[in-house]
Design a protein around this ligand. Structure first.
Ligand SMILES: [Zn+2]
Length: 108
């Protein structure tokens, strides 16, 4: 039996400190040796939940900049913000209303 305490693929979110598998986080990397902040590659890494709240906290309190020890360009936050918009996690609340509306039309 493998010891439960060794979880090499688990990471912690910079903002809410939630621990989860690395694949469920965004990874932000300060690449080496250029010290350029980017979202892929090798270097010093920081992890963030793919959630609006965690992104907002990381930006407001400069959690990313502190973790990576370099200023984080606005561009990085903009890219992450865009990724938020494309996440399929939030169901569309209007869906059932549209369905009901169609039924009502039929009764008229
Ligand atoms: Zn988080």
């Amino acid at each position: 039996m493998a010891p439960l305490r060794s979880k090499p693929n688990y990471r912690r979110c910079l903002s809410c400190r939630r621990i989860d598998h690395r694949s469920s986080f965004w990874r932000i990397v300060r690449s080496y040796p250029s010290r350029k902040v980017q979202l892929e590659g090798t270097g010093r890494s920081a992890y963030l939940c793919p959630q609006a709240e965690c992104l907002a906290v990381a930006r407001r309190k400069d959690r990313l900049g502190r973790a990576l020890k370099v200023p984080v360009p606005d561009e990085i936050y903009q890219i992450l913000q865009q990724r938020l918009g494309t996440l399929p996690s939030t169901a569309k609340p209007g869906f059932h209303q549209v369905d009901q509306g169609r039924t009502g039309e039929g009764l008229l």
